[in-house]
Design a protein around this ligand. Structure first.
Ligand code: MN
Length: 240
């Protein structure tokens, strides 16, 4: 059995979500061969050297799961793209690039965080290109912790203000983008998060039936996609 989750936005201010995540690790994840976390695992990440005690406790919890034999894969989201190799080594997880094609239950599946599919959000994509540029990443990682904290606060407040102004269709994925991306990777299943619109969408790719599975964010309820003999099952569960 394989589990996929995303958009937990783990933070000290939401102990209910943290408890639900730890319960998942202690429950279903125990019998999972693999756990995929498709981005925005943390609400914010300013660098592996700036881990708070809270973030270190999450790191240790992940480590315990991988030590028990569950392979843990982590993809960057737009909130935690500064997670680096040091964290992954400490947590015993493997960093997945976005996009990645993996084998899930015998099927080639495309995994993404999902922000790069929101192509109508031109301003955000511009910012994304700048932030993910290797040179920018190098500079960010070499800024002092205090400066990174300041920068993270600024980006967050700007993103909040802009999201409130933008029409909802801008922040969702661009529908026309999906079949192209899937065809380019030769897959019939795409799994992503980011949009906080959990659903399984049917579509056609190269004249064949295909599906796009959107993982949900964790807020009033949590979401997990379970892949086993019965197929791909996306279901919410209670938090708190
Ligand atoms: Mn996101």
């Amino acid at each position: 059995m394989i589990l996929l989750i995303s958009d937990l936005h783990l933070q000290e201010e939401r102990p209910d979500i943290t408890r639900a995540f730890l319960a998942l690790l202690d429950g279903r994840a125990r019998s999972a061969s693999a756990l995929y976390i498709l981005g925005d695992f943390f609400e914010a990440w300013i660098g592996d050297d700036g881990m708070s005690p809270f973030q270190q406790s999450i790191c240790q919890a992940l480590r315990a799961v991988s030590d028990r034999g569950t392979a843990v894969y982590l993809m960057h989201g737009n909130r935690d793209f500064l997670i680096g190799q040091a964290f992954c080594e400490a947590a015993g997880c493997t960093l997945l690039s976005d996009p990645s094609v993996v084998d899930l239950g015998g099927e080639r599946v495309l995994l993404m965080h999902g922000d790069s599919l929101c192509t109508r959000d031109v301003g955000y994509l511009k910012l994304r290109r700048v932030l993910r540029n290797p040179l920018t990443l190098w500079i960010l990682r070499h800024l002092s912790l205090a400066n990174r904290q300041r920068l993270a606060r600024k980006l967050r407040s700007e993103s909040k203000a802009q999201t409130q102004m933008k029409a909802t269709e801008i922040i969702d994925v661009t529908p026309e983008e999906i079949p192209q991306v899937m065809a380019a990777h030769g897959v019939r299943t795409l799994i992503h998060g980011h949009t906080h619109r959990p659903a399984i969408h049917k579509l056609m790719v190269d004249g064949e039936p295909a599906r796009r599975i959107v993982l949900g964010d964790w807020d009033r309820q949590g979401w997990a996609l379970q892949v086993d003999e019965q197929g791909f099952q996306l279901a919410p569960f209670a938090i708190g």
